[in-house]
Design a protein around this ligand. Structure first.
Ligand SMILES: [Zn+2]
Length: 290
């Protein structure tokens, strides 16, 4: 499989398992950034085609209150045809926009339109692009900015006071130890420009996770190739994790992470990927492990 195919395969898998576009793109960002212009264009077209198909027949995990209604008079079709007058109409209510769907045009070429077009400013060159585009038409860079702390949705335990066990500062290290072993991984998510992915590599793949559990019986224990993402919340000085639509799930102290859920990792947590258990500890330099 080419890198392009691998990226697309992982993208589709994550989307099929309930991740939103932004989260999926963020995880794949370091791999996408290695693609040349032609490959990016091809990936962009492939992703658009996937999203159109998803809008027509969403998998059970992607169905929601905003799922498309069948078009009037259509025989089970859900594609809404939107004429140019409507397309350039002033912005409607948020609820109306939510119903806006990608549509196919009469020429059957793939287009990506919304009833109320929304423009997205390219974070690299500043040019306005249509929402729904993955890459900037002008400079070819990714349109979604890297994940920041403002769009993480942290589910708190109802206790707003930060716990000492979740403190993870600029100097801290995240140590993941395999249960029943002395082997461990020392991570510095705050030093990484992208989210760290924990998973397992497969033979012949160019896309390896940052923490590769291949040699730890990961396949037998139900670890996915791209299983969990880890990132640093600078604002709150915490480490956050999110399941990447893994086949067998991620668990913190026995509690399963839901799709799109972002959870705070704490010193002493037991992190389980499928059936592979990692013991979490935070190491703070100058002192001992808290
Ligand atoms: Zn640009």
């Amino acid at each position: 499989m080419s890198r392009l195919q691998e990226i697309y395969t992982e993208y589709a898998r994550m989307r099929d398992n309930g991740l939103d576009t932004k989260s999926a793109i963020n995880v794949l960002r370091p791999h996408i950034e290695k693609l040349g212009k032609a490959d990016r264009d091809e990936l962009s077209a492939t992703i658009k085609a996937y999203e159109m198909q998803l809008a027509e027949s969403p998998p059970p995990s992607a169905r929601s209150a905003s799922a498309p209604e069948p078009a009037q008079g259509g025989k089970g079709g859900v594609i809404k045809r939107i004429n140019p007058q409507q397309a350039s109409a002033p912005p409607e209510s948020a609820a109306a926009r939510k119903e806006a769907l990608p549509v196919s045009d009469p020429d059957a070429t793939v287009v990506w339109k919304e009833a109320a077009p929304q423009l997205v400013k390219c974070p690299t060159c500043g040019k306005a692009n249509q929402r729904g585009e993955v890459f900037c038409y002008a400079c070819g860079n990714l349109l979604e900015p890297p994940r920041n702390t403002f769009d993480t949705n942290i589910l708190s335990d109802g206790d707003s006071k930060p716990l000492e066990s979740e403190f993870f500062g600029p100097e801290s290290h995240l140590v993941l130890r395999l249960r029943g072993s002395t082997e461990s991984y020392d991570l510095r998510p705050q030093d990484s420009a992208h989210e760290l992915v924990i998973g397992r590599s497969t033979a012949g793949s160019a896309m390896n996770p940052d923490v590769d559990l291949k040699n730890k019986q990961a396949a037998d224990l139900g670890v996915s190739r791209f299983h969990l993402s880890v990132f640093h919340d600078k604002e709150n000085q915490a480490v956050l994790v999110s399941d990447l639509g893994s086949a067998n799930g991620s668990f913190i102290n026995g509690q399963r992470l839901l799709a799109k859920e972002v959870r705070v990792l704490r010193h002493g947590d037991e992190l389980r990927l499928g059936r592979l258990v990692l013991i979490v500890s935070f190491r703070h330099p100058g002192g001992t492990t808290r």
